[in-house]
Design a protein around this ligand. Sequence first.
Ligand SMILES: Nc1ncnc2c1ncn2[C@@H]1O[C@H](COP(=O)(O)OP(=O)(O)O)[C@@H](O)[C@H]1O
Ligand SMILES: [Mg+2]
Length: 277
Amino acid sequence: MSALLEARGLSYSYPGGVSALAALDISVGRGRKLAILGPNGAGKTTLLLHLNGTLRPSSGDIRLDGAAVGYERDALIGWRRRVGLVLQDADDQLFAASVAEDVSFGPLNLGLSDEETRRRVAEALAALKIADLAERPTHMLSFGQKKRAAIAGALAMRPEILLLDEPTAGLDRAGAALLLDALKRLSEAGTTLVFTTHDVDLAWAFADEAALFCDGRVVAQGDVAEVLVDGAVLARAQLQPPLLARLGLALRDKGLLDRDAGLPRQEDALLALINRG
Ligand SMILES: Nc1ncnc2c1ncn2[C@@H]1O[C@H](COP(=O)(O)OP(=O)(O)O)[C@@H](O)[C@H]1O
Ligand SMILES: [Mg+2]
């Protein structure tokens, strides 16, 4: 079965010659939660900008449902309808006077009726738990509220795949938890999620799959439980195994966790193991 979205041999240099992607391969399976991990400057943002057609590769191609995508106007519109992108900086995404106006921009642009647009806006605001902010001017939102408003804008298009650039960066613990909870519900409702982060602990707790980036290439992609415990491959992306994985391995060494049992992915699972021991 072909991937829902994939990139093969993707290379890209920014004007001026900075090479950002170097023959990169990545594949996104339907319904998955894929974390793209790597240090600053590795090419994560540049990849996301390719995955919804904002940037066009110097070479290589991108496939949706196994078919190479086109860059003509109609093809791009169809593509972006299926693949939504949430930029790292919400200020780059929000532009309308109020939250509701901003979120309705996409559906209206798709040519949907006022009634359908209202339904989509209400649904998107409810999903992010910001219905009470509908009439608030976007410049009067907190950082976390802006982030959720930007995501609501992408959601109102009902994308199959949502790409999020560093979704939790800059959020406090409670703000990050709120956001992740909303993303979890979206995933459970069938949306495929792809997000960049340099936080291995976040990827460990939240993602099914991880792709490790280094110098514009994916050096490993696979199930989180495999990729994020491979110290050698993580080191290539300047990362370390997640704390819960390291503690889980220590519990295995002490005989408190069976050899074939999975490592704890959440704090309460780890505490349960310790309390049992
Ligand atoms: N607008 C731009 N113009 C020129 N070079 C850029 C631009 N944006 C990013 N780069 C370069 O491309 C490379 C990859 O950047 P980026 O995709 O932003 O990485 P990441 O998101 O992993 O931090 C870096 O070397 C960066 O300096
Ligand atoms: Mg980036």
